[in-house]
Design a protein around this ligand. Structure first.
Ligand code: NAD
Length: 353
């Protein structure tokens, strides 16, 4: 018998090549904004000013001090900059969207998000803040952007390596959605679609406009699936590792994902076969391993500079955070084996932990 509870999320999405240049002004008008805080990192601020030039008179202030994982000090500075604003307009990747979310969390200001990576944060009500090296996340409907303008043209400047890492990070949202706590038939269908679009883009190396459109559509679906289900075992592991050792977010996801899939797949045969079908391969772990190798994913967390001894320091946190209803019971030994395999970069398809 199928039975589920599903909270559909509100939000308007405009998706089109060129949309950031042709549709943004109308979307700002639709929100009735007259005093905008523009949030964009230093690297994206020239682009952000170009996109907002047609309504430059309504930009009350620009916040560029964006930092990865939103340190609390960054959030405070951004909140100060937003004192007189009536709209937060973010142009950038997940760190930029996250900065706007930190402001919305305390002010309730609406966000219009213009993503430039495949992070997917723009369609989730999840916020993250880092204080003294520890990242805290939470869910609040106030941080969910009111409008998202997706424009695949904006990802043309992503270096190939970043594009691959970001696309694989989106793929991780889709795969983890199959066993995350609030999994449901809608998130499963969305995640399957996300995998197909992401694979289509990643297989073409994100080199052309069509590949980038596939990737951005896949990223939207991936973020939507993740928003509906919450974090599964994979995200919990990456969250702890990333927060503790300041590892590169997207590469950490790309490395760890095949190991979590190998860990769970025998205990979640229906999910494994749906993931396999979407990846177009009989064995989903092999498919992810081969895709990662093709895209230059580092072989193992050790290549990110992590020491093997570091794994012991996060083992307890991961065990404590692992979802209780993960398809395979998460034991101390299971986590240890999984982490050491992901660290060493042993073949995830060869020796399932
Ligand atoms: P990021 O935003 O830190 O950007 C990575 C780098 O890419 C930066 O140097 C940035 O300047 C550059 N960049 C961005 N767009 C570019 C473009 N079009 N061309 C060239 N360079 C560009 O990284 P990210 O992977 O987008 O986001 C990661 C963050 O997002 C993490 O903190 C993660 O926790 C968070 N996140 C949150 C959610 C959520 O639901 N809350 C979901 C996914 C990710």
């Amino acid at each position: 018998m199928t039975a589920f509870t599903y909270d559909a999320l509100p939000g308007r999405v405009v998706f089109s090549p060129g949309a950031a240049r042709t549709r943004l002004h109308a979307e700002v008008d639709a929100l009735g904004a007259t005093r905008i805080l523009l949030v964009a990192s230093d690297a994206e601020s020239a682009l952000a000013h170009e996109l907002t030039a047609p309504f430059a008179g309504r930009i009350a202030a620009t916040f560029t001090a964006v930092r990865p994982h939103v340190p609390i000090e960054t959030a405070e500075l951004a909140r100060d900059a937003a004192t007189d604003a009536d709209l937060l307009l973010s142009v950038g990747g997940g760190s930029t969207t996250g900065t706007a979310k930190a402001v919305a969390l305390t002010s309730g200001l609406p966000i219009l998000a213009v993503p430039t990576t495949y992070a997917g944060s723009e369609v989730t009500p999840v916020w993250g803040l880092t204080e003294r090296g520890r990242k805290t996340t939470g869910t609040d409907p106030r941080v969910l952007p009111r409008t998202v303008v997706y424009d695949p043209d904006l990802t043309a400047t992503l270096p190939a390596e970043l594009s691959a890492a970001s696309g694989l990070n989106a793929l991780a949202h889709c795969v983890d959605a199959f066993w995350a706590p609030r999994r449901n038939p809608i998130s499963g269908a969305v995640a399957e679609g996300g995998i197909r679009h992401l694979l289509a883009g990643l297989s073409r190396g994100a080199a052309d406009a069509e590949a980038r459109t596939e990737l951005l559509l896949g990223a939207y679906l991936a973020g939507s699936a993740f928003a509906g289900t919450g974090s599964g075992l994979h995200h919990k592991i990456c969250h702890v590792l990333g927060g503790a050792f300041d590892l590169p977010h997207a590469w950490t996801h790309a490395i760890v994902l095949p190991y979590v899939l190998a860990f769970n797949a025998p205990h979640a045969p229906e999910a494994a076969s749906r993931i396999a079908a979407a990846l177009g391969h009989a064995d989903p772990v092999e498919a992810l391993r081969d895709l990662g190798a093709k895209l230059g994913v580092p072989a193992g967390l050790r290549q990110l500079g992590l020491r093997e001894a570091d794994l012991d320091t996060v083992h307890g946190d991961i065990l404590a955070l692992a979802p209780a209803d993960n398809p395979r019971p998460v034991t101390a030994e299971g986590v240890r084996t999984l982490l050491h395999a992901a660290w060493a970069g042993t073949d995830p398809a060869g020796e399932a932990p």
